[in-house]
Design a protein around this ligand. Structure first.
Ligand code: NAP
Ligand code: ZN
Ligand code: ZN
Length: 350
């Protein structure tokens, strides 16, 4: 299979900063779309992976799965896209497509394991996949998304991961008018959860460790804010919430959040801390509560989410950065200093 050399930014080891490298991309097969990357969001999963926090990564790691780009060329059998189209790529670039889950639109639960956009076995080249911190990417048309025309392209990039990861559980648990939803952590995922839960009609209570984010939380649409480090934080909404979406990237006290749920209600983890977290059985036994989780969403649901965001004019609040500021952005995210998603302007990768 022929390849092209492409500029990218990647990490050579778990403790190495990201720097410019060259990677190989396959030339289009008949079903591929070659995309010039215009913008790529920075997700906390990029940091977890680049630093081998979820187990040993395969280096170099080129992260990035919130990709917005322009179609440069298409393979002979591509039907859905043409040169010049503005498109998106999220967390998956392939799956088996034949198992029960793939056939039901749940590629994220593929029995063979989905091919993730980075650090996943690449079926074509036999190496690891490389993500969106790069000049271009080649993806099967079935894993490429349409971007609504009315959305700002840089600010739409985070929808491809932060958007779908919060939309999918809110829809799965039928959140809407009359529900009071707790959103835990205001970073990339959390701030999208606020916007999407509000658009679905819910009342939103935000839980944050950062008092400096309280005013922003309200501006983003939250009806109330709980500062979790303050005395008495857990009293006001004790047994009052219908659902919790927990986006926190580090270990935190799960039992305290569970105490906020009504009878039979669910707390859904989407954050993926490096280390296991303890749960006291009393927290779920009381009130028959459920602790669950959710991972991204299928391809069809991702398109549904993009269309929903187009209809409601929902995009991320972003800080657009040149590519040489990736390492600083990582440091700021690790300090929870995030307002509320970094997006890389790929034109700065000359
Ligand atoms: P992010 O932008 O860095 O935001 C994480 C937020 O968590 C922080 O801004 C902070 O919010 C809060 N936080 C951080 N450390 C904390 C601590 N020790 N205790 C309490 N709160 C803390 O990260 P992100 O990109 O939104 O990603 C969040 C997590 O979701 C990551 O673990 C990521 O890997 C995971 N993720 C999962 C999926 C999935 O499919 N399930 C998809 C994408 C990402 P406050 O300042 O408001 O407290
Ligand atoms: Zn992500
Ligand atoms: Zn499958």
């Amino acid at each position: 299979m022929t390849t092209n050399s492409v500029k990218a930014w990647g990490a050579a080891a778990a403790d190495a900063p990201l720097k410019e490298i060259t990677i190989e991309r396959r030339t289009n097969t008949a079903h591929d779309v070659e995309i010039e990357i215009l913008f790529c969001g920075i997700c906390h999963s990029d940091i977890h992976t680049a630093r081998s926090e979820w187990g040993a990564a395969t280096y170099p790691v080129v992260p990035g799965h919130e990709i917005i780009g322009k179609v440069l060329s298409v393979g002979a059998h591509v039907k859905k896209f043409k040169t010049g189209d503005i498109v998106g790529v999220g967390c998956m670039v392939d799956s088996c497509r034949t198992c029960e889950h793939c056939k039901s639109g749940y590629e994220q639960f593929c029995e063979e394991g989905a091919t993730y956009t980075y650090n996943s076995p690449d079926k074509h080249l036999g190496i690891q996949t490389f993500g969106g911190y790069s000049k271009n990417v080649v993806v099967d048309e079935n894993f490429v998304l349409n971007i609504p025309e009315n959305l700002d392209l840089a600010a739409a990039a985070p929808l491809l991961c932060a958007g779908i990861t919060t939309y999918s559980p809110l829809k799965h648990w039928n959140i809407g008018k009359g529900d009071t939803v707790g959103v835990v952590g205001i970073g990339g995922l959390g701030h999208m959860a606020i916007k999407i839960a509000k658009a679905l009609g819910a009342t939103v209570v935000v839980y944050t460790t950062s008092p400096g984010k309280a005013a922003d939380a309200k501006r983003l649409g939250a009806d109330d804010v709980v500062l979790t480090k303050e005395e008495g934080a857990w009293t006001k909404y004790r047994t009052k919430l219908d659902f919790i979406i927990d986006t926190v990237s580090a270990e935190h006290p799960i039992d305290k959040y569970l105490s906020q749920l009504k009878v039979d209600k669910t707390m859904c983890l989407v954050g993926l801390p490096e280390n296991p977290m303890a749960v006291n059985a009393f927290s779920v036994v009381s009130y028959r509560r459920s602790l669950s989780g959710s991972i991204i969403g299928g391809i069809a649901e991702t398109q549904e989410m993009l269309d929903f965001c187009g209809e409601h004019g929902i995009v991320a609040d972003i800080e657009l950065i040149p590519i040489n500021q990736i390492n600083d952005a990582y440091d700021r995210m690790l300090r929870s200093d995030i307002k509320y998603r970094f997006v890389i302007d790929m034109a700065t990768l000359a």
